[in-house]
Design a protein around this ligand. Structure first.
Ligand code: SAH
Length: 215
């Protein structure tokens, strides 16, 4: 039997997101629009709307829906922004954010996932304002900086300095910071030469690779 994807998606938005405190109506609408099942490997599609991360190969995962929604909400996007994502994975979070902003640049370090993300975005017709860049995103992506928002989908022991440097004034970074087992999702806001930081929640992401590495 073919699952009723729109029904599963609606249920995800209402139960996993709205009921748990996601309030940004644009984020809720975007999550209700993007066909998440198209971003999950074929043999795992039945798991697409589960309340948990799902493997996408190469030891990586598509984030839990709530985490994707929370990160987008924390960036406070209004429509005109340019956003950098570090860690495209399957391209799902980029597709969601692309409905909320003018342009998304997403960097992915695993070559096969670069292809996976590009293929998924093209097949679902979501690639018009998204660029998937192959490389180590812990250095940001200087050629298109500054960014109004930066979303990091993998956890780092420290905040990579390049990301702060490539952030526009009043821009925000959402990033999981901590050890492999113990992380918090931080929201940083750039105000001139100072950075405001607060913790949105605890979390568990795959490690950010490359860059200056884990100490
Ligand atoms: N954005 C995805 C989540 C992907 S999981 C979603 O839509 O749910 C995190 C991704 O970050 C993985 O694909 C991993 O390969 C990638 N990654 C890890 N370190 C990276 C780095 N330094 N630069 C770019 N991508 C990185």
């Amino acid at each position: 039997m073919i699952p009723d994807w729109p029904a599963e998606r609606w249920q995800m938005v209402e139960v996993q997101l709205r009921r748990r405190g996601i309030r940004d109506e644009r984020v809720l609408a975007a999550m209700g629009e993007i066909p998440r099942e198209e971003f999950v490997p074929l043999d795992l599609r039945v798991l697409a709307y589960r309340d948990e991360p799902v493997p996408i190969g190469f030891g990586q995962t598509i984030s839990q829906p709530y985490m994707t929604a929370l990160m987008a909400q924390e960036l406070c996007l209004s429509g005109s922004e340019k956003v950098l994502e570090v860690g495209a994975g399957c391209g799902y979070a980029a597709a969601v954010m692309a409905l909320l902003v003018a342009r998304v640049v997403t960097v992915e370090i695993v070559p096969q996932l670069v292809t996976f993300a590009r293929t998924n975005l093209a097949r679902t017709g979501r690639d018009s304002n998204i660029e998937v860049v192959a490389g180590d995103g812990s250095w940001g992506h200087l050629s298109q900086a500054p960014y109004d928002g930066i979303s990091v989908a993998a956890a780092a022991p420290d905040i990579p300095t390049a990301l702060i440097e490539q952030l526009a004034d009043h821009g925000r970074v959402v990033i999981p910071v901590g050890s492999l087992a113990d992380q918090e999702l931080r929201v940083l806001t750039k105000r001139g030469s100072s950075i405001e930081s607060r913790v949105a929640t605890t979390c568990r992401f795959v490690p950010l690779r490359g860059g200056e590495g884990w100490r």
